[in-house]
Design a protein around this ligand. Structure first.
Ligand code: ATP
Ligand code: MG
Length: 436
């Protein structure tokens, strides 16, 4: 992609009203634009990131056996009257009337809708267990939308719903999602800590929030410092994380005898990026979902719901990964794999070399943002640092004379010269994974 044909409104100024660094950087790097309080348009560069986050979330849901579907954003109020939540939900719900005066709403979540769909499609125990999910926009009229996409009013969420015949099955579905969440956040380049959350009427330990530890987080977390030493990619990590102590401040305050000795009790702020919750028959019973069991009797399935804040994650990743100069995208979600800076677009040899590199890298499955604009080198480097592509290749007449280009790694700043052939070899087949 040539930058001269792209839409990338970058800015040096710190935008007014953007309090935290991720919000400032998302605006400055031309990822998003606000269109109303808590509502954002995703510009081309931002959409690429959002799509990559969503596709990692999708991949891990699929691997866990969940089935993707797509439910609409607009829902009839009647559905919510069946569960009894229509009046209870309060002013966070955006209520809409259609031309016939029917009451509708912009969905803040989908428990009612998915329960009604499952009720209408499924009759027998043979159709269970199932986990259904979708990645869809939600609307919640937050009292205080802030921090950009971190607490928006319109935001993208992955929400999954499990249906099981009995408690053993329910626990297995919950565990599958717990593990899928750890894999998802690790693949996004994040360290997410599962925090015990209030579990509602059923009790037990089947409610967790996943938090990214960051000073700008809205929640305060108390946890066993032994957590910091766990390798989240380790197969044994889920079990260890389930047993180690981690709670939000409000819940921690209710604990009479904290099992963690004071010198091992860590206290950090966290950004909630996911929440998993098992609630049994709360919606299935209220909405008349029943299936026939093997013995012929009728059973009310047990359910859980499992959310991930897909758009919030874009901000959370930046909170966790940036420096003075800008964003540092993990390779798994970067909007382009490489930046390509032409120092002298007016020099035909440079222009030709850059066009050739762009083509060949893309033929090898790499995405490239090629800065072919007539602008000063310093400005181009500053833009690349700001938008945070993992690698930047610089092409200038001096290097070209000896057939070399410069490769810089954004995360460490380390740079070295190499031939064009070794550059292409290094960023060879995508299937083999990321470049060293
Ligand atoms: P919070 O306590 O942050 O308001 P919640 O408990 O209301 O979150 P859930 O209903 O569990 O959130 O939604 C699932 C996920 O959706 C959350 O873990 C979070 O990552 C994301 N999310 C919730 N509200 C917002 C919002 N206003 N803007 C962006 N993402 C959100
Ligand atoms: Mg909320």
């Amino acid at each position: 992609m040539r930058l001269s044909r792209y839409l990338l409104p970058v800015s040096r100024e710190t935008p007014a009203g953007a309090e935290i660094v991720s919000h400032q950087l998302m605006l400055r790097a031309g990822l998003i634009r606000q269109t109303a309080a808590g509502i954002y348009a995703w510009l081309p560069l931002g959409l690429r990131v959002l799509d990559r986050i969503a596709s990692i979330v999708r991949r891990e849901q699929d691997r866990a056996g969940a089935l993707e579907m797509l439910m609409p954003t607009i829902q009839p109020a009647d559905l919510w009257r069946q569960s009894g939540r229509y009046d209870a939900y309060g002013p966070e719900m955006l209520r809409i009337g259609d031309r016939h005066g029917r009451e509708m709403l912009y969905g803040p979540t989908n428990e009612e809708m998915v329960t009604a769909i499952f009720r209408d499609c499924v009759r027998s125990y043979r159709d269970l267990p199932r986990i259904l999910y979708h990645i869809q926009w939600k609307f919640r009229d937050e009292v205080r939308p802030r921090f950009g996409v971190m607490r928006g009013r319109e935001f993208l969420m992955k929400d999954a719903y499990s249906f099981d015949m009995d408690m053993d099955g329910g626990r297995a579905s919950y565990d599958a999602m717990f593990t899928a969440y750890l894999k998802t956040f690790a693949a996004l380049g994040l360290r997410a800590v599962p925090v015990r959350a209030p579990s509602g009427p059923i009790g037990g330990d089947l409610s967790h929030e996943f938090h990214i530890l960051a000073d700008t987080g809205e929640s305060e977390i108390f946890y066993d410092a032994a957590l910091d030493d766990i390798d989240l990619r380790d197969a044994a990590a889920p079990e260890r994380l389930r047993t180690l102590y981690a709670m939000e401040a409000e819940e921690h305050a209710k604990v009479a005898n904290c099992p963690v000795p004071p010198d091992r009790l860590a206290r950090r702020r966290g950004i909630e990026v996911g929440h998993i919750f098992f609630f049994g028959t709360k919606y299935s019973a209220a909405m008349g979902l029943e299936v026939q069991a093997a013995d012929g009797g009728m059973v009310t399935p047990l359910m859980g719901s499992y959310g991930i804040g897909v758009s919030r994650l874009a901000g959370a990743i930046i909170e966790a990964s940036h420096d003075e100069a800008g964003i540092i995208w993990p390779e798994s979600v970067a909007p382009f794999d490489l930046g390509l800076v032409n120092l002298r677009p007016d020099d035909p040899a440079c222009a030709e070399a850059c066009a050739g590199l762009e083509d060949r890298l893309e033929a090898q499955g790499r995405t490239v943002l090629h800065d072919d604009r007539e602008a000063r080198g310093g400005e181009k480097f500053a833009t690349m640092d700001l938008i945070g592509l993992p690698w930047v290749v610089t092409v200038g007449p001096r290097g070209l004379a000896t057939g070399t280009v410069e490769l810089k790694r954004r995360s460490t700043g380390e740079r070295h010269e190499l031939s064009m052939e070794s550059l292409l070899a290094r960023f060879g087949g995508v299937a083999s994974g990321t470049a060293a």
